[in-house]
Design a binder for this molecule. Structure first.
Ligand code: NAD
Length: 343
């Protein structure tokens, strides 16, 4: 007797019938990891990508190695036959690639208004589909909240804060909170290890922006040499405390606790892929019987930042496409929607 794994049924049944056609905007550290991840997925087909200087689109699917080779020459726009150089790559790609159902926005949020500007471009374009970002700052999510009605009217389902933190850890906190009658504290502590900072320039610049004496604008304007000089002073380590992280507003919006009960901090090692500490979230609360307790969710040390950001991002993208197909549009956060596992 042979057992057949049933395809997913119910309201998400339609989603897995044919591969979902997806795009990735930004082709740096996370964008390339996202493409590598998609190459192993059957349920998603990667057909569009853009970087700052160009884009590529192929309904039959993009080839990872070719895209990386073109990017190393300077842009996806150099991809033979299907690449296009452009200084307005996102806008041009949206215009060309109408069959993309959803995008992962692996873009830097520098300046801090950039992601909201990208969302506005999608709204104005008339494209309908799903957008997922992994943005980090509370103030950046607030800008998207202001676009909620416009996104809904445009027929776009936008899921924000869908990386690791915010994202995976925020969602874990939302689940853990269910044991309690009242949440006292959500404490996120992350450890990130990367072999060299150049692989994740935007991530590192945005982290530097949280250090005392820095902000998003000063970090954006730092030259690569200045970033290197700063990292030389700290032996490649960035220690971050009380960060402005959107986990707080996301848990507040989900009705779990007020934002002042949520803290985020961590250590980034830019010279060693080994994590300097285990990433975890601790959720402390009071049960209905009056007991105070703490749940702890700890990520495996072997899992990379890329795995913990891109995996959830595509899980939320699949969930978002399910919502979109049911006519549910507007803005959602990672704390109010359950990600769907992408095979
Ligand atoms: P990166 O610097 O490695 O790459 C950025 C990419 O975006 C590049 O390919 C660049 O060409 C492209 N780009 C820049 N401006 C563009 C434009 N105007 N149009 C089109 N493409 C453009 O970035 P990264 O280190 O991969 O980080 C991406 C984002 O992910 C950052 O905002 C970072 O904070 C975020 N992030 C989130 C989490 C999380 O857990 N939520 C974790 C890590 C990183």
């Amino acid at each position: 007797m042979s057992l057949q794994v049933a395809s997913q049924t119910s309201r998400f049944g339609a989603v897995v019938q044919s591969p979902l056609r997806v795009g990735v905007l930004g082709f740096g550290g996370l964008g390339q990891s996202a493409a590598r991840m998609l190459a192993q997925k059957q349920e998603m087909s990667w057909i569009a990508a853009a970087d700052q200087k160009g884009y590529a689109y192929a309904l039959a699917g993009l080839k990872l190695q070719d895209c990386v080779a073109a990017y190393q020459k300077g842009s996806l726009g150099y991809l033979e036959a299907i690449g296009q150089l452009s200084n307005s790559s996102i806008q041009d790609l949206i215009g060309r690639a109408g069959s993309v159902e959803g995008y992962f926005l692996a873009l830097p949020n520098l300046p801090n208004t950039f992601m909201a500007e990208v969302a506005r471009q999608f709204i104005q374009s008339g494209w309908r589909g799903v957008l997922v970002d992994a943005i980090k700052r509370t103030s950046a999510v607030e800008q998207l909240l202001n676009l909620s009605d416009d996104l809904q009217a445009a027929g776009i389902t936008y899921l924000t804060g869908c990386g690791a933190t915010p994202g995976l850890l925020t969602a874990a906190a939302a689940i853990a909170a269910q044991s309690y009658a009242e949440i006292h504290q959500v404490k996120i502590t992350f450890g990130v290890g990367i072999a060299n900072w150049e692989a994740y320039r935007a991530t590192i610049r945005e982290d530097i922006a949280h250090l005392p004496g820095h902000n998003t604008e000063s970090a954006r304007q730092m030259t690569d040499a200045e970033v290197e000089a700063l990292l030389d002073q700290t032996n490649g380590l960035l220690a971050l405390e009380d960060m402005e992280h959107a986990d707080d507003i996301m848990l507040e919006l989900a009705g779990i606790c007020s934002r002042d009960r949520v803290t985020v901090g961590g250590v980034v090692d830019t010279r060693n892929p080994k994590k300097p500490l285990s990433t975890n979230v601790k959720i402390t609360g009071r049960t209905f019987e009056g007991k105070i307790s703490t749940h702890t969710f700890t990520l495996g040390d072997e899992t990379s930042m890329a795995a913990n950001v891109c995996g959830p991002a595509f899980g939320y993208l699949k969930a978002g496409i399910g919502l979109h197909r049911r006519g549910i549009h507007g803005l959602f956060t990672a704390a109010e929607v359950m990600p769907q596992f992408v095979r």
